[in-house]
Design a protein. Structure first.
Length: 203
């Protein structure tokens, strides 16, 4: 399951439940930062989202950080230094690193072993023409992410923040166009309700 939690300068962040995430011997942390063909939760009751296979094929992953809770001060590993390994397989974007011998690195390992940290997240930008919207009659549209431009970080997270409105507002025009072409009154009502909520949050 995913949730949008932040957006700045077109950078978006997604939160996923980490599947089969573990801490191996030597304090190696591994899990999936993104899963292909996995339907997201409803975003603001207006659309759902899927990351298509191949979305990371041409992405810039030359300098990706592993952060704890997306905090730049809590650096865990980095591809450029060789301490963070990324792999794209049939399931999605997999990452692995050895937790550093720092206070927050030790905290992360302990929290994961206890089962308190159960989600992973990644920060990215979408390439030009790297998305399309699937219209479904009487149902919420689906936003397909087909091409990621740059991957900034992968992050184990303790708790996703309240969804940021920036990404949602950026997509409202497309959502509205799709909404006007469906005959589902319940969807119209839900759209209007969430549009009012987003407008209040942006004030």
């Amino acid at each position: 399951m995913t949730q949008i939690i932040s957006a700045m300068n077109n950078k978006e962040i997604r939160v996923y439940n980490m599947q089969q995430s573990e801490v191996k011997d030597g304090n190696y942390v591994f899990g999936y930062a993104a899963l292909f063909n996995s339907m997201s939760e409803e975003f603001f009751g207006m659309w759902r989202e899927v990351i298509d296979p191949g979305a990371f094929d041409n992405a810039d992953i030359s300098d990706v950080r592993a952060l704890f809770n997306h905090d730049n001060n809590l650096l865990l590993a980095r591809t450029k230094s060789g301490t963070l390994d990324l792999e794209i397989d049939a399931n999605g974007l997999k990452y692995e690193f050895e937790a550093p011998n720092t206070s927050y690195g030790k905290d992360l390992v302990e929290l994961m072993r206890r089962g308190d940290v159960t989600q992973s997240s990644f920060g990215f930008t979408i390439a030009k023409d790297g998305e399309y919207w699937e219209e479904r009659s009487g149902q919420m549209p689906i936003r397909h992410i087909t091409r990621v431009e740059k991957l900034y970080d992968v992050s184990p997270v303790t708790y996703p923040a309240y969804p940021d409105t920036t990404v949602a507002m950026r997509n409202l025009e497309m959502i509205q166009q799709l909404a006007t072409r469906t005959e589902n009154k319940q969807y119209f009502d839900l759209y209007d309700k969430n549009l009012q909520l987003l407008s209040k949050l942006m004030q």
